[in-house]
Design a protein around this ligand. Sequence first.
Ligand code: DP6
Length: 315
Amino acid sequence: MNNKAQCIAPINIAVLKYWGKLSDEDMLPCNPSVSFTLSTEAIYTETCVRLVEPTNGVTFCLNGDRTDMSPRMLKVLNRFVPNLNNIGLEILSVNSFPSSSGMASSASGMCSLVMCLDRLFATKHSSEVLAEIARLGSGSACRSIFGGVVLWDRLDTRQLFSPSHWPELRCLILVLSGEKKIVSSTMGMKRTMETSDLFSQRLNKMDEKRTDFVAAIASKNFACFAKLVMKESNQLHAVCMDSFPPIHYLNDASCSVINQVHALNEDKIIAAYTFDAGPNAFIFTLQENLNKIQEAFKQHQQIVCSIGTGPHFID
Ligand code: DP6
């Protein structure tokens, strides 16, 4: 057994969004979600887990700061080490982007942790089992275990399309704010489930939407895909607004980006925005239109991603 494992894990951006849990304990989602795993040149979490003297206990450093482990993180660790009192582990995790700003750092963080633990303890779990464990840390983390286009539906997480299925597709991230979000996804979805009247109507349509997304991605019909992506993002933020008290993840800059994308799409649909539980914009476009889109948003910090292959180890 090696005494160290080190992994780089991607973020994933959902086009069909997970929002709401059937069970908090098992982290079972209310609806299916579909995501794109992004390439890791610029945006990723790097985690290193090292075995140390048992007297040192288990320590966790996030972006250089000693941090308490959340109950969910402990649950993930327990799947590999049932008794944490008898072991020494040093966990160092660094995000290449602002933590907790709606840029899915919990997904890449939990994914990289699970990958490291599997290697360190030579458990050799299948990707499906690793996704199940990552889900206990943060729901959306299960999708980062796989590359390409990924489906998560209750207990089932799997790749729908390989990373090379749509090679011209790009995701341009506009960093509109690096601040910590006020309402976490966990709290936000709980509030929506408890207070939104619109939420049940959303859930009734999710299976149908999943079929539509799969068909649009399979045929690589960008205009059709883009409309579905934007409408789904708008609906997520509409149910957030319908929650009580309302949850505002978008800021003025996010709303300007939405308007600007619609202006750019006036003659032909060339871009699609989507937002998670934060103000930063994820814009899908094709390589042939990337320069035009980048130019239109040149005042914002930008990160260009393609569709990624999933987590990888650093030896
Ligand atoms: C809006 O996976 O961060 O990004 O399971 O409570 O940790 P927990 O929530 P999290 O929620 C992600 C919500 C979303 C949509 C998505 O990624 O599907």
